[in-house]
Design a protein around this ligand. Structure first.
Ligand code: 13P
Length: 292
């Protein structure tokens, strides 16, 4: 039985100075492939879905697939709802069996962000072991239904981090530090490592209590990822790269097998490509062998 919630897994990562990969999947083939990669590497894993797959497949289907696969797996695995702005959907996902929920009220003013986030935290905590992620500042770019323009993007105010976490009651904290969703326009995006360090010191200086989440993994250089982990990031979100891998592998396979009508082989091609890319991330994040 490897169905777990996120906080304990991530506090362990914070202590061990590695990060757990949180991979956004859109279908069951990807879900199975990501789990296979984590098992092969003996790595703890966070599976994520954004709101679009939830609306398409429904929470019950996604939770049923997750439970069947995670219960048979030998590594601990969470199921996280990513960037949900809809409180009702957050609650429905928690009710259905998502182990971790991100309520994204980061576009709201501080007080409204606290209020909306707390409503979800109170609900999830009353259910038992369902943990909640909240965001302060806004991450630039496009992630599913979330669109933040460069003008709207705002960094986390480290002076407000402790108050936000305390008053909202969240378990995991995502500070906006300059990373972005989607493909980076430059090879060297301006990231505020100092800000991440400051937030880490405020929240986890005495002892690890609030795991920190890094959004916008796709496209970051390996050394940048390692530096963000060294500064205290312990949940690392990757989404766009999985979508590109799925589409590129599908297109590549079909282009070279134009007369073949065997969906199983196409699934195999997508699965192999996904396993390879997730294994690479696991190595960079340093979480291989940390499942035990
Ligand atoms: P990317 O799509 O840039 O990998 O970002 C993923 C993410 O932060 C999901 O929350």
């Amino acid at each position: 039985m490897a169905v777990v919630s996120a906080k304990k897994m991530l506090l362990k990562a914070t202590e061990g100075k590695y990060a757990v990969g949180a991979f956004n999947v859109t279908n069951i083939v990807q879900m199975k492939a990501v789990i296979e990669a984590a098992q092969g590497k003996r790595a703890p894993l966070i599976l994520q879905t954004s709101v679009a797959p939830v609306r398409f497949l429904g929470v019950k289907v996604l939770v049923a697939a997750y439970r069947a696969l995670a219960e048979a797996a030998s590594v601990p695995i969470c199921l996280h709802l990513d960037h949900c702005t809809d409180v009702t959907l957050c609650k429905a996902a928690a009710d259905a069996g998502y182990t971790n929920i991100m309520i994204d009220a980061s576009k709201e003013e501080f007080e409204a962000n606290v209020r909306v986030t707390k409503a979800v935290t109170d609900y999830c905590h009353a259910l038992g072991d369902v943990t909640v992620e909240g965001e302060l500042g806004t991450v630039c770019g496009v992630e599913d239904q979330i669109k933040v323009t460069e003008d709207e993007a705002a960094l986390c105010d480290p002076g407000k981090a402790e108050e936000f976490v305390r008053r909202s009651g969240i378990d995991l904290f995502a500070p906006a530090i300059g990373t972005a969703h989607g493909v980076y326009k430059t090879k060297n995006p301006k990231l505020r490592f100092d800000l991440l360090q400051e937030v880490f010191k405020v929240l986890n200086g005495a002892e690890p209590t609030v795991p920190l989440v890094i959004h916008g993994g796709t496209g970051l250089q390996d050394d940048v990822v390692r530096r963000l982990v060294a500064c205290g990031g312990c949940k690392f979100n990757v989404s766009t790269e999985l979508k590109h891998t799925l589409i590129d592998a599908t297109y590549g396979y079909i282009s070279t097998h134009r007369d073949e009508y065997n969906p199983g082989r196409l699934d195999d091609a997508v699965s192999k490509a996904t396993i390879q890319m997730v294994e690479r991330w696991i190595d960079v994040l340093g979480c291989a062998g940390k499942a035990g």
